[in-house]
Design a protein around this ligand. Structure first.
Ligand code: HEM
Ligand SMILES: *[C@@H]1O[C@H](CO)[C@@H](O)[C@H](O)[C@H]1NC(C)=O
Ligand SMILES: *[C@@H]1O[C@H](CO)[C@@H](O)[C@H](O)[C@H]1NC(C)=O
Ligand SMILES: *[C@@H]1O[C@H](CO)[C@@H](O)[C@H](O)[C@H]1NC(C)=O
Ligand SMILES: *[C@@H]1O[C@H](CO)[C@@H](O)[C@H](O)[C@H]1NC(C)=O
Length: 325
């Protein structure tokens, strides 16, 4: 069906003018999808997200990550939200997600509120994740209206634990593995560097950075020692540490940390090794140019949000984000 949408697009362009072709490449999603069907949808989502972040700032980080983990597994189709059924084992128990992704209660609250105030089931769970991710970034101090979210995604009727295990990058990946993973999703080096800055907010568990803080050399020794006080060499897998030193602010401190070897995850520090690589230069550039970061981060988020959406009559609009209708 995605193929069909593309076909429709090509016909329209042929009938109109050839200059419209570039707009067509991303013409499947639009910012105004709910303008008629539920004009309050976006303000409602934002207000629930705002309350959730006020309750606990980490909720913003968790919502941003949900959108990422949704999009990287067979496209932005809300699959990450599905509970296991008799027919499939969902993504929640895949290794990158197990005891790790959170924010489902906030998504439920958003969905219940839009369903009731929109007088019907019109807003998809996949779109809710995309909007909640953008709102979280802004509420936690990112630039306001940094980017306009494109909408019109429909929800998957299936999910795959196996696909989540193979498509999401683990924190022990080296630079070339991270880059090939992103390239396999149609993203490039700049997207890798920008989107990794999602780690400017939120926490990671000891189990995901233990090897780095005990055994790696490309790390600031004082930083390693202070993280070792949080994360023991044995046990305490669930103990958490901030991914950067201003973990409730969406800022460029994540990049500044990488410049001084204070990346918490192995995968973070892989982006800056001080060897003059293209990746190093991007990290240094964004560390020192917050406005460029804000604008370019938005562009990469839109690119990620465009990954393989279900449109037209594919999928469904789920009534409850945790289960198919
Ligand atoms: C580049 C490859 C990436 C790797 C290897 C990676 C890995 C991780 C890991 C291991 C954690 C900690 C999970 C835990 O310990 O429970 C984490 C947290 C997080 N990740 Fe990533 N990540 C990547 C990219 C991204 C991207 C692209 C985004 C969003 C744009 C993102 C947003 C987040 C956020 C916000 C958190 C904190 C979540 C919370 O506190 O609930 N990550 N990531
Ligand atoms: C499993 O799939 C069958 C056939 O498509 C369907 O009838 C049934 O309702 C599904 N079960 C669940 C729990 O989704
Ligand atoms: C970590 O927390 C999860 C629940 O989130 C629990 O099931 C697991 O047993 C905990 N692991 C350790 C090592 O405490
Ligand atoms: C990255 O990891 C892959 C797979 O383990 C390995 O083949 C490659 O040599 C590594 N690259 C670097 C630069 O270490
Ligand atoms: C650090 O490396 C040593 C030697 O390879 C290994 O025995 C130990 O388990 C590692 N420690 C951690 C926390 O990864």
């Amino acid at each position: 069906m995605a193929r069909q949408s593309v076909l429709v697009c090509v016909i329209i362009v042929a009938a109109a003018a050839i200059v419209m072709i570039p707009a067509c490449a991303t013409a499947q999603l639009h910012p105004d999808v709910y303008k008629q069907s539920c004009p309050q949808a976006l303000p409602i989502i934002r207000s629930v997200v705002k309350k959730a972040i006020y309750r606990e700032p980490r909720n913003g980080a968790s919502l941003l990550r949900l959108h990422f983990h949704d999009c990287f597994v067979n496209g932005c189709d809300g699959s990450v939200l599905l509970d296991d059924t008799a027919n499939f084992t969902g993504e929640k128990t895949a290794l990158p997600n197990l005891n790790s992704i959170r924010g489902f209660d906030v998504v439920d609250e958003i969905k219940a509120t839009v369903n009731s105030l929109c007088h019907g089931n019109v807003v998809s769970c996949a779109d809710i994740l995309a909007v909640a991710a953008r709102d979280s970034v802004e509420i936690l101090g990112g630039p306001s209206y940094s980017y306009e979210v494109l909408l019109g995604r429909r929800d998957a009727t299936t999910a795959s634990r196996n696909d989540a295990n193979t498509n999401l990058p683990p924190p022990f990946f080296n630079f070339s593995q991270l880059l090939s993973n992103f390239q396999s999703h149609g993203l490039d080096l700049q997207d890798l560097v920008l989107l990794s800055a999602g780690h400017t907010i939120g926490l990671a568990r000891c189990t995901n950075f233990r090897t780095r803080i005990y055994n790696e050399t490309n790390i600031d020794p004082h930083f390693a020692a202070s993280m070792q006080r949080i994360c023991p060499a044995n046990g305490g897998d669930n103990k958490t540490a901030p991914l950067d030193s201003s973990t409730t602010r969406f800022d460029t401190v994540y990049f500044k940390g990488l410049l001084v070897k204070k990346g918490l995850l192995h995968s973070d520090q892989e982006l800056f090794k001080g060897d003059g690589s293209d990746s190093d230069n991007l990290v240094r550039h964004y560390a020192n140019n917050p406005n460029d970061f804000a604008v370019n981060f938005g562009a990469s988020m839109i690119k990620m949000g465009n990954m393989k959406p279900l449109t037209g009559s594919d999928g469904e609009i789920r009534l409850n984000c945790r289960k198919i209708n």
